[in-house]
Design a binder for this molecule. Structure first.
Ligand SMILES: [Zn+2]
Length: 476
């Protein structure tokens, strides 16, 4: 049975594709804490592999910190505490005995990590320090949960750095932006980078940079963030170093992260009404081989499929020869299209005779006869072409969602009809931002990072002078 179109009925398409492509199973006893199935988990592993390579190239090291964070740690930075308290789950008892101190299940790890940083950092020679942690975190969101989009438990990467000056930390913010850009480009995603408005920055940060990618329903998904923390955490956690001038100073810090939310973005933006389309670099299975058997005459065909699988595995591809006899080739085609496998190779009697295969691209659904001797070159070439095609399609999707509004009424109209990412003028008053949120189910994402834009009119809410060009969207 075909799926709905992700663009016309995203919600239904999304739930169905997660189940049918075995990405997430939500039938758990804990709302918002789901099973990431092997197909979903392997996408995450591919992301981890990509990031670990980037981290290594840029002087980051992986480490692991405790899950339990003492309440007193969270309280030390007041903005941080206020920001996270509504979503924190607490451990209060051991057996029937109440603990003298509550422990939070980490909603993020700044406090526990910086408590340790204070013990490791002594002099300028210990800086910069750049550690990353891959772990699960718990944020007990009381709003409606959605698998991968809004979970109570999810996986993420959180990198935490310490530097001797504010400027060096700011440079680290830029490096994180470059690292994420290379990841998002490799995933063929199209996104916008914003500086979040002050009222919406990370709790305890000087400023927050966020990466927002559109979904087919016109909402946006924050796929990553970077925070300049100043020395807002260094002071309460006493992270100090002896500088070259002989003075003891507080370090300056940054933190940045991506999470399994990223998977939601990849699935949604590339998928179609046949199912998922996965970027070749990140697909758990990159190539599926399907034998075409007429009147049960399988002589030589199954063997040829098996040989081809071995050959392609040897070349370094993730391949599956689907030789199961109880399924028809037609069933296998739709099954693997649903799973988003980038390339399907078919071998039937005529292909066997001609020493060729029929190759079908998942993205364009185009088919092509390829001589066996040319298959290696064909695959590497077609994977490059698919990445370009997917990126172009994602760019077009983003461009088609860009809108303009000059008044709150215009914004309301857009949000009622087809949503999108709305460019407007804003006075930077938090009351106007609040009004946008209360009256339109959307919010101010911020100002474009690295793009200088001048307001061309008054604030869309109050009509006073527009101080910045702000972007507004409905988000998860
Ligand atoms: Zn205003």
């Amino acid at each position: 049975m075909p799926l709905d179109n992700p663009r016309s009925n995203f919600s239904k398409w999304y739930d169905e594709v997660l189940l049918r492509a075995s990405i997430v199973d939500v039938r758990t006893p804990t709302k918002g804490a789901n099973v990431l199935m092997p197909n979903g988990y392997e996408i995450w592993e591919a992301i981890k592999n990509f990031m670990n390579k980037k981290f290594k190239e840029t002087g980051h090291k992986n480490a692991y910190f405790p899950l339990l964070i003492p309440e007193e740690f969270l309280q030390r930075e007041s903005a941080h505490f206020e920001g996270f308290i509504p979503e924190v789950a607490w451990v209060t008892h051991v057996g029937n005995t109440k603990l003298p101190q509550k422990f939070a299940l980490r909603p993020t790890s700044e406090t526990i990590m910086y408590h340790m940083y204070a013990q490791w950092i002594h002099s300028h020679a210990d800086l910069p320090l750049k550690y990353n942690q891959w772990c699960n975190i718990i944020r007990w969101d009381t709003k409606e949960t959605r698998p991968l989009l809004r979970d109570r438990e999810f996986f993420w990467s959180e990198a935490h750095t310490a530097h001797s000056t504010y400027e060096e930390a700011a440079k680290q913010v830029e490096q994180s932006m470059e690292i994420y850009q290379s990841l998002f480009d490799a995933l063929c995603l199209s996104y916008l980078t914003f500086q979040r408005p002050d009222h919406d920055k990370f709790a305890g940060a000087e400023y927050t940079i966020a990466y927002d990618a559109p979904l087919p329903n016109g909402k946006v998904l924050q796929i990553g963030t970077t925070h300049h923390l100043g020395n807002n955490f260094a002071k309460p956690f006493d992270v100090k170093f002896l500088d070259t001038d002989g003075e003891t100073k507080f370090v300056f810090q940054t933190s940045y992260g991506i999470s399994t939310r990223l998977i939601a973005s990849i699935l949604s933006i590339h998928g179609d009404d046949q199912g998922l389309i996965l970027p070749p670099k990140f697909a758990p299975t990159q190539i599926v081989i399907v034998p075409i058997i007429f009147k049960k005459k399988s002589e030589g065909i199954l063997e040829a499929c098996q040989e081809l699988e071995d050959e392609l595995v040897e070349l370094g591809y993730r391949v599956f020869a689907d030789l199961r006899e109880q399924y028809t080739s037609g069933w296998k085609f739709s099954e693997w299209e649903m799973h988003g496998v980038p390339l399907r190779l078919e071998i039937g009697p005529r292909d066997l005779k001609n020493n060729s295969v029929l190759a079908a691209r998942r993205d364009t659904l185009e088919k092509e006869n390829v001589a066996r001797g040319e298959l290696g070159d064909f695959i590497s070439d077609v994977f490059d072409k698919m990445a370009i095609y997917l990126k172009k399609r994602a760019d077009a999707a983003l461009a088609s969602l860009m809108r303009n509004a000059r008044t709150l009424a215009e914004l309301k109209e857009i949000m009622r009809n087809n949503r999108g990412i709305v460019k407007s003028n804003w006075c930077e008053d938090v009351e106007c931002a609040k009004k946008v949120k209360d009256e339109t189910s959307s919010s101010i994402l911020g100002t474009r990072q690295g793009v200088i834009e001048t307001p061309d009119g008054p604030c869309l809410v109050c009509g006073n002078e527009g101080k910045v060009v702000a972007y507004i969207a409905s988000s998860y």
